[in-house]
Design a protein around this ligand. Structure first.
Ligand code: IMP
Ligand code: MG
Length: 224
């Protein structure tokens, strides 16, 4: 296993992070335009980010990461559970670039589980489960207040990594934000509770490909 202190990212030029901002008045797409699992048909309001668009954006994030880090070893840390789909697809795109470009990024992977949510509300504690090898390129589902990520970053700093870069598919526009912004971001979303593509509501909806809005009935149906 590679030690974190061996990980080296040099010559990374600071760049203004580009991201797609989904506006507050975004209507999204009617469910009937796409395929959603039968067992969730009654639970969802609209599709906000279709699976294909997630994949296209992820492909570009992979290209930006390889451009910035080409030639250096990355220890990629997946933040479970919500980050597993994004992490897996992002790494697939990085692998495809590694096979087809002049620059390539050697990769090893690790996993950590963080838990902070109950129903659609953030709790005040961030629970860390697993992940004995804390590492450097951190793949995350969504940043809302930023508290989860700040907790993880302070844990990672105890391991003295040469550099830590955070990639999050989603960043929420919310007054509850601590101001924390990841290094790479896919989409900025309104202050809505979203599910799908591994984002859950009490463990449901991870098995939904698109990122969607739940209806109020579903919030009651799956409440704990
Ligand atoms: P933060 O600590 O407030 O940034 O919250 C981050 C964590 O809360 C994420 O990793 C998710 O697990 C969860 N979370 C925040 N917003 C949502 C959402 O809209 N849907 C599902 N989970 C969410
Ligand atoms: Mg969750």
């Amino acid at each position: 296993m590679l030690n974190i202190s061996e990980v080296c990212f040099a010559q990374i030029e600071p760049k203004v992070a580009l991201l797609r901002q989904i506006p507050d008045d975004e209507k999204g797409y009617e469910l009937d335009l796409f395929c959603v699992p039968k067992h969730y048909e009654e639970d969802l309001d609209r599709v906000i980010i279709p699976h294909g668009l997630i994949m296209d954006r992820t492909e570009r994030l992979a290209r930006d990461i390889v451009r910035d880090m080409g030639g250096h070893h990355i220890v990629a840390l997946c933040v479970l559970k919500g980050g597993y789909k994004f992490f897996s697809d992002l790494l697939d795109y990085i692998k495809a670039l590694n096979q087809n470009c002049d620059k390539s990024v050697p990769l090893t992977v690790d996993f950590i589980r963080l838990k902070s949510y109950c129903n659609d509300q953030s709790t005040n504690s961030v629970k860390v489960i697993g992940g004995d090898e804390l590492s450097t390129l951190t793949g995350k589902d969504i940043v809302e207040t930023g508290r989860t990520m700040e907790t993880l970053l302070s844990l990672l700093s105890e391991c003295n990594p040469k550099m830590v870069k955070v990639v999050s598919l989603l960043v929420k526009r919310t007054p509850r934000s601590s101001g924390y912004r990841p290094d790479y971001m896919g989409f900025e979303v309104p202050d809505w509770f979203l599910v799908g593509y591994a984002l859950d509501y009490n463990e449901y909806f991870r098995d939904l490909g698109h990122i969607c809005i739940l209806n109020e009935k579903a919030k009651v149906k799956y409440k704990v």
